[in-house]
Design a protein around this ligand. Structure first.
Ligand SMILES: *[C@@H]1O[C@H](CO)[C@@H](O)[C@H](O)[C@H]1NC(C)=O
Ligand SMILES: *[C@@H]1O[C@H](CO)[C@@H](O)[C@H](O)[C@H]1NC(C)=O
Ligand SMILES: *[C@@H]1O[C@H](CO)[C@@H](O)[C@H](O)[C@H]1NC(C)=O
Ligand SMILES: *[C@@H]1O[C@H](CO)[C@@H](O)[C@H](O)[C@H]1NC(C)=O
Ligand SMILES: *[C@@H]1O[C@H](CO)[C@@H](O)[C@H](O)[C@H]1NC(C)=O
Ligand SMILES: *[C@@H]1O[C@H](CO)[C@@H](O)[C@H](O)[C@H]1NC(C)=O
Ligand SMILES: *[C@@H]1O[C@H](CO)[C@@H](O)[C@H](O)[C@H]1NC(C)=O
Length: 569
């Protein structure tokens, strides 16, 4: 082949490639940017170690109570007095705050017991139920109702054992399961219903996956997802099981990830359940994507001052397949302590973390400032794109969550055992910022749908398999009716790079009818079973050509068998 022929070939390939990327079903998609960062608050007073969005558009943020004084005071001279406290016995600063998205303001909250490395879920009533922590907090359950003046309610001794670095998941019946934690090879439920609930249930998988190599466990904060068959997919270290929590039975054991590198704390990577689709099909599919982590011994070596390169691989598996295999892919760079967020349009954002070291105090260097965007439906090799970088390092004890308007809120990072604001390479980080993914670019606003109905003022209450009318409108006539979808997102509890309960479902929608040139109406169906989406609050989005509307809150109600309120008190 001559050079000219080769050049022509390359040119036609490049041209084809551009065309391919720029059209979907023959409709031109404007090229998108690389996203934008904005500093929301120079100082929210605490480290955002744990974050959860509630359905009043406020974010509950928790730090740790024994780091010393935070940078925000409790109101009206309130103080915590705790003679067993590690750092200070009398502390008039807050270690939990509430961030109000609409007003961009912070309200200090009062938490008495230590929430360090705890876990949580929002229950079917929309209350945050947060569990465990360290020292005086290790067996405490704390509830937080979404209301402008509400505060933490602490329920001592409600957990059977210490839960530190555990993972929680909401179950189809409305309760939550709390799995593992340091030196806990068992699980329990909250609230408790039967006498069997008052003992822990042994889960050998949690013991078998602990590395016990010079302080490394590599199986803490396991990645847990509710599978479409109502069982739990539990991933720890480098492998997974499908687990029936109703009768304590391992249904299947999945293969180990190729290469065998660990992905869980302290070799912390992250994981998502990819969007669930075709929800009316007889047999449903579910896929899990795990990205980043650190090689075995990264934690131990970091303790000796050597920071090993983080893993640059992702592993993806169809967990509902008869004969499932992990398919390996690579990211543009290595990443440990990365967060993964399923965006309203089904793409996955990989954000925060470092490229060398492991989780743990002082154990990582070289923060990764640029998020990666992973597009699950593109061909392998074409899926990951690097976006615009932040200026702020977000490493150990940092978090990121999706909010209703499509932005990602990012906070935290404190790789130290105390608050250290000066004289270190990576100071305790109190700045709070947002990342607007490329779909929020202003030049795409003509493609952005607005949800006209259901009502966005008061959340709609919907039941399983219910069909409802949705109306969306556009400001401009360049609408591609074939490229409209509706998604439903469960806002997760994020800590230590894992987003517990995160799931995105693409709902079945009927044919679009024009109301007028810029308004469409169509029927949408709620998933048929709480196996697909446990009861509770979700954000509903309309998506057009990959551009999501602002979401609205809906509540899924399971009519029979709801957990009684009294059980919480
Ligand atoms: C903490 O608060 C004090 C007083 O408000 C302020 O001077 C200081 O700069 C703050 N520190 C940080 C790291 O924001
Ligand atoms: C603080 O005190 C004022 C005045 O007594 C009161 O109005 C306010 O509600 C108090 N705030 C809190 C959070 O307790
Ligand atoms: C657990 O329940 C599943 C589904 O109901 C059943 O197939 C299985 O046999 C049960 N296992 C045991 C050990 O009872
Ligand atoms: C509801 O929709 C109206 C009209 O589109 C909009 O102005 C308003 O901001 C929305 N409110 C919420 C809470 O999304
Ligand atoms: C949904 O139910 C709640 C609680 O019963 C109620 O406050 C709310 O108004 C309902 N939403 C709609 C749209 O009816
Ligand atoms: C859901 O509703 C449709 C029509 O209303 C009905 O045909 C179907 O059987 C229902 N599915 C389930 C699982 O209840
Ligand atoms: C809808 O579009 C058609 C053709 O572009 C135009 O003639 C008509 O006036 C429009 N109707 C409305 C209600 O905007």
């Amino acid at each position: 082949m001559s050079t000219l022929q080769l050049n022509l070939l390359l040119l036609s390939f490049v041209f084809f490639h551009i065309l391919h990327l720029a059209t979907v079903n023959g409709v031109a998609i404007p090229t998108q940017g690389k996203g934008q960062w904005q500093l929301l608050q120079p100082n929210i007073g605490i480290v955002a170690m744990h974050m959860q969005l509630l359905h009043n558009d406020r974010v509950v943020i928790l730090d740790r109570t024994d780091f010393g004084f935070s940078n925000i005071s409790l109101p009206n001279g309130t103080c915590r007095h705790d003679p067993t406290e590690r750092a200070v016995k009398t502390d008039c600063t807050a270690h939990s705050v509430e961030y109000d998205i609409a007003t961009n303001t912070i309200r200090p909250l009062f938490v008495q017991t230590d929430v360090w490395c705890s876990s949580g879920s929002v229950d079917s009533f929309g209350r945050l139920v947060q569990t465990g922590g360290d020292s005086d907090g290790e067996r405490v359950v704390r509830t937080f109702h979404p209301c402008p003046t509400c505060n933490w309610n602490e329920l001592p001794n409600r957990l059977l054992v210490r839960r530190w670095y555990a993972t929680n998941h909401v179950l189809p019946g409305g309760r939550q399961i709390i799995i593992g934690g340091r030196a806990q090879f068992n699980y329990e439920f909250f609230p408790k219903k039967t006498s069997a609930d008052f003992s822990t249930h042994f889960l050998p998988f949690l013991k078998d996956t602990a590395d016990k190599f010079r302080g490394e466990e590599n199986n803490l904060y396991p990645f847990v997802f509710l599978n479409v068959d109502g069982n739990l997919f539990i991933f720890a270290n480098n492998r997974a099981i499908l687990f029936n929590y109703r009768n304590n039975t391992v249904i299947r054991t999945y293969p180990t990830i190729s290469g065998g590198d660990p992905r869980c704390y302290p070799s912390t990577g992250s994981a998502v359940l990819l969007p669930l689709k075709n929800l009316e099909a007889e047999s449903l599919e579910a896929e899990v994507l795990i990205c980043g982590g650190a090689t075995r011994a990264a934690f131990f070596r970091a303790g000796q001052g050597t920071f090993l390169t983080a893993l640059n691989t992702c592993a993806r598996m169809k967990i509902t397949d008869q004969d499932p295999e992990w398919v390996m892919e690579t990211m543009p760079g290595g990443r440990v302590m990365n967060d993964m967020i399923t965006l309203p349009n089904g793409d996955v954002l990989i954000i925060n973390g470092a490229s060398e070291g492991s989780a743990g105090f002082e154990y990582a260097v070289n923060p990764v400032f640029a998020p990666f965007l992973y597009k699950p439906n593109e061909p392998v090799g074409d899926r990951v794109e690097e976006l615009n970088p932040s200026q702020i390092a977000r490493m150990y004890h940092s978090t990121a969550i999706l909010v209703r308007d499509g932005r990602i809120l990012v906070g935290g990072s404190n790789p130290h055992g105390n608050y250290v604001f000066k004289g270190v390479m990576f100071p305790t980080e109190l700045r709070f910022e947002s990342f607007s993914p490329p779909y929020l670019d202003a030049q795409l606003s003509h493609l952005r749908p607005s949800i006209v109905s259901p009502n966005n003022q008061s959340y709609s209450n919907l039941t399983y398999n219910q069909s409802f009318k949705m109306q969306i409108s556009f400001t401009d006539g360049t609408v591609a009716p074939d490229l409209i979808s509706v998604t439903m997102y469960a806002p997760p509890f994020n800590t230590h790079s894992f987003s517990m309960n995160q799931r995105l479902l693409e709902l079945n929608n009927g044919e679009l009818r024009h109301s007028d040139n810029l308004t469409f109406e169509f029927d949408v169906r709620i998933p048929r079973s709480p196996f697909l989406a446990p009861p509770g609050f979700y954000i509903l989005y309309a998506v057009h050509q990959g551009i999501p509307s602002e979401g609205i809150w809906i509540r899924l109600i399971r009519e029979e068998n709801e957990i009684s309120t009294q059980l919480l008190n």
